[in-house]
Design a protein. Structure first.
Length: 429
C-alpha cells in the first residue's frame, strides 16, 4: 500500500436509498386490511349511488334544410332568405329560454308536469326549467361544414316522456318561426303596396299639375293666335279699303280723261281714228295691259266709281279675308282645353300609373301562407333509447373496486412511511 492510500479514509457505501420490491410487497401484505376496507367502502358508496341515482336517457332528432321550402317566400318583394340563414335563425329560437318557456306555458300537459316537479323540489318554475330542461337541450352541428344533418338532443329522466317533448318542441318552434316569416312577408307586401300607391298618387298629382300647366299654355297660345288672326283680318280689310280707294282714284282720273276726249261710251282706238297704231301705251291707266281705262267711257267709269265709293262702307270679303275669318271661327272653341277639363280620371293617360297598378294587382295575388313555407325537414324523429345515458351499474361497481384498491394502497404506503419516519427520528434522538 502506498503512502497516499494510507492517508485516505476508508469509504463505506450505503444502500438505504434503493427500493426493494420485496419490501413493498411485504408492506402491502401487512396492510391488506386497509386495502380491503377501502375497497369495501368504495363498493358501499357505489351501491348507494346506484340505488339513489335516477337513470337518464338522451333522445335526439336530426333535421336538414328543406330544398324548396323557401321558393315561394323569396318571390315576395324585398324578401331574400337563404337556407342557411333560416336554419340558423330557427336554431337561435330553439336555444332560447324564452322560447322554451313560452312552449311550456301554452301546452297545459307539459306545464302541469314541470310545475309539479318545481313544487316538489321547492324552486320556482323558471329555475326548474333552466336546470332540468334548458341546460339539458343541446344543438349539435355536423362534423364537416355544410354536410350532414343537424341534431337537437335532450337528456331527461326515466319518468319523463322526453322524446315526445323534443319532437313537439321542434315542431312548435318551426311553426312559430314559419308564422313569423309569414308576418314579415305580409308586412313587406303591404309596404310595397303602400309605396306603389303613394307613387301612383304622386303620378296623379304630377299629371294634374301638368294638365293645369298645359291648359294655361293652350289658353295663352289660343289668345295669341286669335289676336294675330284678328290683326291679320284688320290688315286685310285696311288693305282692301286702300285698294278700293286707289281704284276710285284711278277711275276718277280715267273718267276725267274720257270727259275731255268726249268718250261717253266704251270705244276703241280704231273708232277714234288711230288706224295706223296697233298698240299704244298711254300710261298705267289702262284696261288690261294695252288699252287705257278711259276707253270705257265716262258713263261706265262714273258708274263704276259710284259703286266702288258705295262699297267703302261695306265689309270687304276677299279670299284672304274669308280664310282668316274661317280660322277665327274655328278658334271660338278650344277643343283640346275642353277635353282636358272634362277628364275626371287621368290615370289611363299615365303609363307609369298603369304599370304600378298592374304591379299591385300581381302583388295582391302573390300572398304566401304558412303552408307554403318549409324551413327544415326532419330526418329522424326523437325516440326513447333502449339504454340509459351514462355508465351502467356494472361499470360503476368496477370503477369502485379499482378506485377503492388504489386508495387502500395509498393509505398503506402513507402509514408505512409515517412509521419509518418515526423510527428514523427515534434513532437520531
Amino acid at each position: 500500500m502506498s503512502a497516499i492510500d494510507s492517508q485516505l479514509p476508508a469509504l463505506s457505501y450505503r444502500r438505504d436509498d434503493e427500493v426493494d420490491l420485496r419490501d413493498i410487497a411485504l408492506m402491502l401484505l401487512e396492510g391488506w386490511k386497509w386495502i380491503l376496507g377501502s375497497v369495501a367502502t368504495a363498493l358501499v358508496l357505489a351501491l348507494v349511488y346506484v340505488a339513489i341515482s335516477t337513470q337518464s336517457f338522451r333522445a335526439s332528432t336530426s333535421y336538414t334544410p328543406s330544398p324548396e321550402g323557401l321558393r315561394l317566400l323569396n318571390q315576395m318583394p324585398g324578401i331574400d332568405y337563404s337556407k342557411a340563414s333560416t336554419q340558423a335563425e330557427l336554431e337561435l329560437k330553439l336555444g332560447s329560454f324564452g322560447n322554451l318557456r313560452e312552449f311550456i306555458d301554452i301546452h297545459p300537459e307539459w306545464q302541469s308536469i314541470t310545475q309539479a316537479e318545481a313544487d316538489e323540489q321547492g324552486v320556482t318554475l323558471d329555475e326548474h326549467l333552466r336546470l332540468h330542461y334548458f341546460d339539458k337541450l343541446e344543438i349539435s352541428l355536423p362534423d364537416t361544414e355544410g354536410a350532414g344533418p343537424h341534431q337537437l338532443s335532450f337528456e331527461y329522466p326515466e319518468s319523463l316522456r322526453g322524446a315526445a317533448l323534443l319532437n313537439e318542441y321542434l315542431a312548435w318552434t318551426e311553426a312559430q318561426y314559419t308564422q313569423a316569416l309569414v308576418q314579415r312577408a305580409t308586412r313587406a307586401l303591404e309596404t310595397a303596396l303602400t309605396r306603389n300607391s303613394e307613387k301612383m298618387q304622386a303620378h296623379l298629382n304630377a299629371y294634374q299639375d301638368s294638365v293645369t300647366a298645359e291648359i294655361t299654355r293652350l289658353h295663352e297660345q289660343h289668345d295669341i293666335h286669335l289676336a294675330e288672326l284678328e290683326d291679320q283680318l284688320q290688315a286685310e280689310k285696311n288693305a282692301e279699303r286702300k285698294s278700293r280707294l286707289e281704284r276710285i282714284r284711278t277711275l276718277s282720273q280715267a273718267e276725267a280723261i274720257a270727259q275731255r276726249l268726249g268718250i261717253t261710251q266704251p270705244t276703241s282706238p280704231l273708232e277714234l281714228g288711230d288706224e295706223g297704231q296697233t298698240q299704244t301705251d298711254y300710261d298705267d291707266i289702262s284696261i288690261g295691259a294695252s288699252l287705257p281705262l278711259y276707253f270705257m267711257g265716262s258713263q261706265a267709269l262714273a258708274a263704276e266709281r259710284e259703286v266702288v265709293e258705295q262699297s267703302l262702307e261695306e265689309d270687304a270679303s276677299t279670299s284672304a279675308i274669308r280664310d282668316i275669318e274661317k280660322k277665327i271661327a274655328q278658334l271660338q272653341h278650344e277643343r283640346r282645353v275642353e277635353a282636358l277639363q272634362q277628364r275626371d280620371d287621368g290615370s289611363p293617360f299615365i303609363e307609369a300609373y298603369s304599370q304600378l297598378r298592374q304591379e299591385n294587382t300581381l302583388l295582391r295575388a302573390n300572398r304566401v301562407t304558412a303552408d307554403d313555407i318549409d324551413i327544415v325537414e326532419v330526418v329522424n324523429l326523437a325516440y326513447r333509447p333502449n339504454r340509459p345515458e351514462g355508465p351502467g351499474k356494472a361499470l360503476v361497481l368496477a370503477l369502485a373496486v379499482i378506485l377503492g384498491g388504489m386508495l387502500g394502497v395509498m393509505l398503506v404506503m402513507c402509514v408505512s412511511f409515517g412509521r419509518s419516519l418515526k423510527r428514523y427520528r427515534a434513532q437520531r434522538a
